[in-house]
Write a protein that binds this ligand. Structure first.
Ligand code: SF4
Ligand code: SF4
Length: 81
């Protein structure tokens, strides 16, 4: 289990259900709720912080908030030390 406090903030009041965030996420953190026509965020600890979901959202409904002190991100930076 990765120790992390990564967050993805989602404002449903801004969302228009375009599905672009779901299509942009290549690690399956964003799933799609067909009934409600809105994204579901699962296993946020697996987020790779590419910011694609936030970038494609034309309604500014998504904010990716990485936990820069987390084990996951520190491991990613290890080869560059
Ligand atoms: S990209 Fe933005 S507006 Fe479109 S479904 Fe995702 S959160 Fe909603
Ligand atoms: S930042 Fe990238 S990996 Fe993380 S939820 Fe958004 S699209 Fe998926």
């Amino acid at each position: 289990m990765i120790n992390t406090n990564h967050k993805i903030e989602y404002d449903v009041s801004k969302c228009v259900g375009c599905k672009l965030c779901y299509k942009a996420c290549f690690v399956d953190v964003i799933r799609w709720d067909e009934e409600k026509k809105q994204p579901i965020f699962k296993y946020v600890e697996d987020c790779e912080h590419c910011f694609f979901c936030a970038a494609v959202c034309k309604k500014d409904a998504i904010t990716v908030v990485p936990d820069y002190s987390s084990e996951h991100l520190l491991q990613a930076f290890e080869p560059y030390k």
